[in-house]
Design a protein around this ligand. Sequence first.
Ligand code: GAR
Length: 223
Amino acid sequence: MLTSDVKTLRVVVLISGSGSNLQALIDGVASGELPIEITAVISNRPGVLGLSRAEEAGIPTLVLDHKGFASRADFDRELMRTIDAYNPGLIVLAGFMRILTPEFTRHYQGRMLNIHPSLLPKFQGLHTHQRAIDAGEITHGVTVHFVTAELDGGPAIVQAVVPVLAGDDAGLLAKRVQRQEHIIYPLAVKWFAQGKLRMLDGRAELNGELLPACGYQIEANQP
Ligand code: GAR
């Protein structure tokens, strides 16, 4: 049997819902594309589809329900303890719909990624697809970024740009964006796992070069 001496990066994935981005990472590992080991999937909501996806892939799962905690700080502290027990090199927020305390973001600075469905800094927060349509944008997209204390504000790593088409509603546009999410999130995680990507002085650096404020941009012209 062939053995590999390539070190695999230990990754903990945090979810709150359907976990389609988690699935893209699971598929990337299964195909040999991603040199990572997903050591745990943690959800703040019980019973979500993402947990079943992880179980199906044989990944340990945990539910840490935020409703059982008196404060955001208490929840985040317990979440940190839970994550750190897995000794991860990278934390991946994949549809983890929580505002994080500065203590939490500081603890994982430079080793925590998030995906946000807009071309940041445009449309931070919720309902990004409808807001892009209402604003009359002709392009929209998705950003993978390092997480800092600023909500949806850390340095961008990669963005995929999609067209907003006549007749789009939020659902159609979300689907177009999500297809790109499932491409660019594994890509960013792969760069990090390969040691090509790091956060330096509040900027993202890829292959030793500082990325522009919007990150590495990919134009996805096919709807
Ligand atoms: C994704 O579209 C992701 O961009 C978004 O949640 C969805 C999760 O889908 N994240 C945010 O809005 C974070 N601010 P998934 O559970 O199927 O991966």
